[in-house]
Ligand binder design. Sequence first.
Ligand code: ATP
Ligand code: MG
Length: 886
Amino acid sequence: MESRKVREKFLHYFKDHGHEIVKSSSLVPKDDPTLLFTNAGMVQFKNLFLGLEKRSYIRAASSQKCVRAGGKHNDLDQVGYTNRHHTFFEMLGNFSFGDYFKEEAIDMAWELLTVEYGLPEEKLWVSIYKDDDEANKIWSQKIGLPHDKIIRFGEEDNFWSMGETGPCGPCSEIYIDQGPGIGCGKPTCKVGCDCDRYLEVWNLVFTQYNRETNGNLTPLPNPNIDTGMGLERLAAVLQGGYSNYDSDLFSDIISLTEEFAGSKFGQDKKNDISFKVIADHSRAVAFLIADGIMPSNEGRGYVLRRIIRRAIRYSQVLGLKGPFLHRLTDKVIDVMGHDYLELGQSRRFVDEVVINEEKRFEDTLFHGLSLLKEEMDGLRSKEKSIIPGSLVFRLYDTFGFPPDLVEDIAQEQGFRVDLGGFDQAMAEQRAASQRSWKGSGEEEIPEIYRMLDSRGLECKFLGYETLKARGKVISLLKVGDPLRRDSKEVNSAVRGEQVEIILDQSPFYSESGGQVGDTGWIGNDNLRIEVVDTIKYPTSLIIHKGKIIEGMISSGDIVEAMVDERRRRNIAHNHTATHLLQAALRETLGEHVKQAGSHVGSERMRFDFTHFAQIMPDRLKEIEMLVNLNIQKNYPVTTQIMPRDEAFKQEAIALFEERYGDQVRVVTIGDGLSKELCGGTHVTATGDIGVFFLVSEGAVASGIRRIEAFTGEGAIREIQKEMNNLKNISSLLKTTPDQLAKKVQHVIGDQKEKDRKIESLKARLLRKQSEDLINTVKEINGIRIISHEVTTANPKDLREFGDHLRDKLKSGIIVLGARGNGKVFLLCRVTPDLTDRFNAGKIIKDLSVLVGGKGGGKKDMAEGGGTKVSELKKALSKVYDIIEGI
Ligand code: ATP
Ligand code: MG
């Protein structure tokens, strides 16, 4: 039975038994920041189990994407070493929220396994919680299972709790005996053994108690059922295999790996570990990225990075070379993309993220491995076997080298790793970075807002329909020191004071989704407040920030709130333009383009998106033109509130990081030219935008580009500014803008010509000056000497002068001095025939002292200088004496 069929059959069976089929939720848990990944089917139903939420159904079934690679449930280290553990797997589950209980749950599970899937009863075993006589009775009397096939386990294995307190209860697991040929083969092997023989396929949890703070268990009035069965395990068994990796879920992925490796799966124990790791990890990587997680150095992103790197490390055992993982993730999408739409739609993006990460790790691996090898060689020679935590940390910190990889390599070479030391180094760094983080102005939500929110204050947003509305002041805050954000609640405030106003309803849009907050006015007959910004906390508390220009305001007042209309219009132009831009980028560059951030202001807008290369100027022009054409077509822009699933079905674009509620707002341009989940304010037809003017494109982070642009009024102003600049430059150059380039070229040509003339004049001058200088030669003891000041203030010209004179003089000593900027430059040349008697370096050394400085050089050529400009003449006249004295 194909695994797809296995999944379908499960869901059908429970649908026929009155269950609502619920779509798998994201691997990123929506309501639970403490949970790293969705790790069981019940995660998306947690609030139902806790009684915090009610839905239209009381029984449900799902096939849930799960990752167990971090946090409380972490099977990462086991992957590759067992045939049944994955980082990513699908959990089939049925749930009862206070509806049916133990008997029905066991009944259905047994019927599904033995009748529907046709598993032989004699191979099935079950475990129950040691005190759960009720379950024992159902299994033995109702189902008719022999007593010796019902095993009792303790609290550790078969009692499940959500936390220290809250819902909990016994569980019952169903095992399949794969036969004595599988697993450890020890005579002691039995249900619960660590090996693969007795395979746990299904766990039924009977949530029947509430654990109180004192530890007492009280029965729940409406007990729940929560079950989980690994699809990969069940599929493998139904396909006659003894390992998850033998199922059709993995076969294509493993075949491709075999092709790369040039060797077969199932022929060598060590290689097989790698085959399994790679197959498992490529699935996890593809699904995690498709759910919006990017490789990084913390949290979920770090787990993803570790999984990618672990796959690459194990690939080396198979001798795989170059980036290969992205081709396997692509294969994963072939296999699973139909059943999980978000995966199917992310093909190019997954590909690019993975290949990028693979290349990055290549360098890391190379440097890290050689460092580690050096260290191990050193330790070995000292007969030590523990790799210090500080090194593991350094590998991690500077090379991004995952500690578990170090551990793997260490183990292979007979070393152990001081993980305690690593944790300590890590904690120290974390504390240090947290300190610097606080200092860097990271915003904390002021206590006062939290307090107001907990009081249940809410402001209804009217700004999609109107820009002017009456509202009642439900809270008034006076701002003390704006830098310290120490607002206090007051009853009233007067002229000149900075205030924050919360109304029961308001047309002001508060900063969110990249769109800036509105500005405007709040007032009545005797009151005028200028609103300079609007923010929101956390979702329904709209806070107007402003200053009282006139009058006073009190809590309970009825006021008129008026948004600055023109500014709001400009913001709308920019916001709709970001949607048009995103559509244009996707059309010209490809579907991998996804929004990574944005800023929508009244003047300009900024749009960050995923793309892996610079966009060439011609391409940018094309994109700019496409946006403008779509503006001219004056497409209608409509908004619609719809269920989240419906929006996804219509393939509306959603932001990666964002989590959405059950109902979402979808902004559509034209007949599906663009469809995005968005809460912002928009124009009603694209023509309103007027014009779109793209001013820059560049990189902001690896794989993320940024485009900046202006629209409407802002664009016109920007174009005017640039035109004005051109006009000013043209008039300075006495030409017109269209002749400007030609003119500038001309000026540059002119300049070059002049430089050339200057050079030749300088050379002529030099020749002339040196001819004059030749006439000043004095002979002392048969040595011809020139010592003279010349008019140049740069050492390079002085050197040229010296060379020239030396050529002319043939034999002799030349000393030249020059002055400029309050400094003296000196140069001495001795012709080669005299260097055995005279040393230019020494001569300059003595002379430099006379002008208050230093100097030196070689025998034939030396330079120096000083600051006593007035002493230059005297020093030069001393030259003859110095030489005579040698
Ligand atoms: P095991 O002891 O085999 O690790 P578990 O006790 O952790 O399993 P549960 O938390 O009860 O498992 O999860 C319910 C079912 O999900 C299991 O019976 C099994 O079929 C499946 N499952 C759990 N962990 C994994 C995993 N890492 N890979 C694949 N399937 C898994
Ligand atoms: Mg487990």
